[in-house]
Design a protein around this ligand. Structure first.
Ligand SMILES: [Fe+2]
Length: 366
């Protein structure tokens, strides 16, 4: 594989150019941004997501998203209709993102709201493999981090979660910047990962025969993505690692692959933030440049949490030399409408808890 610079110009400009646009919008009072950390995250005020947005407002929000990677709208209290409407508005902003997809590619959706996935955690959804997960998390701090559904050749471009029932003192979500993770790698590791690819798989080993396991088995997905990707909007280089889905580095021995991945994963979790939920929060993240991890402390607290996710389709990812993600098994993620008519969801109940017990522990949801 020859090394060439990425051939496409960043669609939305360099980070400096985006900053200049955002500074102008803020000076005009069109949006207000309060940074959360040096590497990622801003609180957004001054835009009312309950009502239809103008194209200019959506453009400011998208600029803020691709620049800061995680947007937090505190206590805005959207309902299903408003979240879906905003998801569609955001999906129109760039040719590099697709339409909103179905609630969950594998687990279904909320009844009557096909774009919404219910993320419920409580005693009745406690994963059977929780003890194994917690043991892993103590020795491997990246346990549970993932970008959503990277087993798919075109993983989501944008995800968003809305907090509806929020427990006190538990249930935080972590987000990490994979652009900061790349930027801060040492030079020899940058050289090493520049042309490598990784296999991502949606796998559910231990509990075959469960509802979640059957759902995953019904839609097998395996893809190869570059280990370093180029963000289509900003041109930023991204250390695209999704521990919960990423199984091995293509072409390396098992030992070398594991050693490299552990090094990358340990490094990546240094560039993370913690979101402490309040009821009514909406958090929007750029799936192409971030990773995230769902909490697991809700189960032992004997409480419950209810979030709702919507997700926008992405494109196959581009490596540093312009090469593009490859399907090994399975179908691309489609728009909500296409997913509904594809026959890929026949037999799924779309019930509010489908998949969540599994999800909270391993790759899904938020
Ligand atoms: Fe997730």
């Amino acid at each position: 594989m020859s090394m060439k610079p990425a051939t496409t110009k960043p669609a939305f400009g360099t980070p400096d150019e985006i900053d200049a646009r955002l500074a102008t919008a803020q000076a005009k009072g069109l949006i207000k941004l309060k940074p959360i950390s040096a590497n990622l995250g801003v609180e957004v005020e001054g835009v009312d997501l309950k009502n239809k947005l103008s194209p200019e407002q959506v453009a400011h929000i998208y600029d803020a998203l691709i620049r800061h990677k995680v947007l937090v709208f505190k206590r805005i209290g959207l309902n299903h209709e408003q979240q879906v409407r905003f998801t569609y508005e955001l999906s129109e902003v760039s040719e590099n993102i697709g339409a909103p997809t179905i609630g969950h590619t594998v687990f279904g959706h909320v009844d009557n709201y096909p774009e919404i996935f219910s993320v419920y955690q409580g005693e009745k959804s406690k994963p059977r493999n929780m003890a194994r997960y917690e043991a892993s998390a103590t020795t491997h701090p990246w346990t549970g981090y993932h970008c959503d559904i990277t087993a798919c050749v075109n993983p989501p471009s944008i995800g968003m979660l809305r907090g509806e029932i929020i427990p006190e003192g538990v249930g935080n979500t972590n987000f990490g910047s994979l652009a900061a993770a790349y930027e801060t790698l040492d030079e020899s590791t940058k050289q090493q990962v520049a042309t490598l690819w990784a296999e991502h798989e949606y796998k559910y080993g231990k509990t075959k025969g469960s509802e979640a396991g059957d759902s995953i088995a019904s839609r097998r997905m395996v893809s190869h993505h570059p280990l370093v990707t180029v963000h289509p909007e900003t041109g930023e280089k991204v250390l695209f690692n999704s521990p919960a889905f990423l199984k091995f580095v293509v072409g390396l021995s098992d030992e070398d692959s594991t050693a490299l991945l552990h090094k990358i994963w340990e490094h990546s979790v240094k560039y993370t933030i913690t979101h402490v939920w309040d009821e009514g929060d909406l958090v929007v993240w750029d799936e192409r440049s971030t990773t995230h991890r769902a909490p697991t402390d809700i189960y032992s607290a004997g409480t419950e949490r209810q979030l709702y996710r919507t997700t926008i389709v992405g494109q196959p990812l581009h490596g540093l030399d312009g090469s593009v993600s490859k399907i090994i098994e399975g179908e691309p993620m489609l728009s909500c409408e296409e997913e509904l008519t594809s026959q890929m969801h026949v037999g799924r109940t779309g019930s509010a808890t489908t998949g969540n017990g599994f999800g909270s522990a391993f790759p899904e949801p938020g």
